[in-house]
Design a binder for this molecule. Structure first.
Ligand SMILES: NC(=O)c1ccc[n+]([C@@H]2O[C@H](COP(=O)([O-])OP(=O)(O)OC[C@H]3O[C@@H](n4cnc5c(N)ncnc54)[C@H](OP(=O)(O)O)[C@@H]3O)[C@@H](O)[C@H]2O)c1
Length: 250
């Protein structure tokens, strides 16, 4: 199947590690010009050099802290000046914190900045460019909504899913699709921080994941890249899980 990604321009946040890194690699392998965004510029430049060495268009690396409310506008200006277009926005940067009964006020705010407002602001800033290309795609990384306790990140993710649905309806007539991808447990940098040993991963998977293992970043990236593709043009306003069967509600 031709994913119609050759020559498209895609921005991936949190592209230096985990799911974002795998997504950027796969988009580049399909011929897309990729823009890599995260705070750690060194990880982005390493990835950019790897992709260029494979004969793909060299990705542009842009350092940004997405909890800074001005970052989305600055990124839009840089992409506009350097590339003049954007077809695909993968809002992947995000993170979680240990759940508790009550959480620090500052944590609520920072989790909503990263896991909701940054994604919303980026989509709003890039909407004119996404619409101009005639095949705009927004993919928001969220999470499954089955709390183990109170999690500010999960509440922000719930807000992101609801906003995505409304946004998808508002922009559908501009040929822009908006979807969410909800990983269960994918073996990434932040997941390894919560499950530092293989035994801890295996015990969690044995109890809660029907597939009996954590997923790989590439397995999540495959879904994200399909939703970003040309043939996914009639799929919008939905949330898709990639979790080895972990979530229980339908
Ligand atoms: N892996 C899972 O099982 C799982 C489950 C549910 C949801 N998710 C979601 O999936 C997405 C990808 O996560 P992952 O598992 O691949 O984690 P990861 O490897 O830790 O990647 C997260 C990325 O986000 C970037 N980031 C974090 N804070 C940022 C900030 N303030 N500004 C800019 N970039 C920032 C990080 O780069 P820098 O540190 O360089 O900025 C990092 O590259 C996240 O939204 C996560 O919440 C993952």
């Amino acid at each position: 199947m031709d994913l119609e990604l050759a020559g498209r321009c895609a921005l991936v946040t949190g592209a230096g590690t985990g799911i974002g890194r795998a997504t950027a690699r796969l988009l580049a392998a399909e011929g897309a010009q990729v823009v890599l965004v995260a705070r750690r510029l060194d990880a982005l430049e390493t990835l950019s050099a790897e992709i260029a060495a494979e004969g793909r268009p060299r990705p542009l690396s842009l350092a940004a802290d997405l909890t800074d409310p001005d970052a989305p506008e600055h990124l839009r200006d840089q992409v506009n000046d350097r590339l003049g277009r954007l077809d695909i926005l993968v809002n992947n940067a995000g993170g979680a914190e240990p759940a508790g009964a009550t959480l620090d006020e500052a944590l609520w705010r920072s989790q909503f900045e990263l896991n909701f407002h940054a994604k919303r602001r980026l989509a709003e800033e890039f909407l004119p460019l996404l619409a101009a290309g005639g095949q705009g795609r927004v993919v928001n990384l969220v999470g499954i909504l089955e709390p183990f306790g109170v999690s500010a990140a999960q509440a922000a993710v719930a807000a992101c899913i609801l906003w995505s649905k409304g946004f998808s309806r508002a922009v559908a007539d501009r040929q822009v699709t908006v979807n969410c991808v909800a990983p269960g447990r994918i073996d990434s940098e932040q997941v390894r921080a919560h499950f530092p040993t293989r035994a801890a991963q295996e015990e969690f998977a044995r109890q809660l994941i029907p597939a009996r293992r954590f997923g790989t970043p590439e397995e999540a990236a495959a879904l994200i890249v399909f939703l970003a593709s040309g043939p996914a043009r009639y799929i919008t306003g939905d949330t898709f899980t990639v979790d080895g069967g972990m979530h229980r509600s339908i």
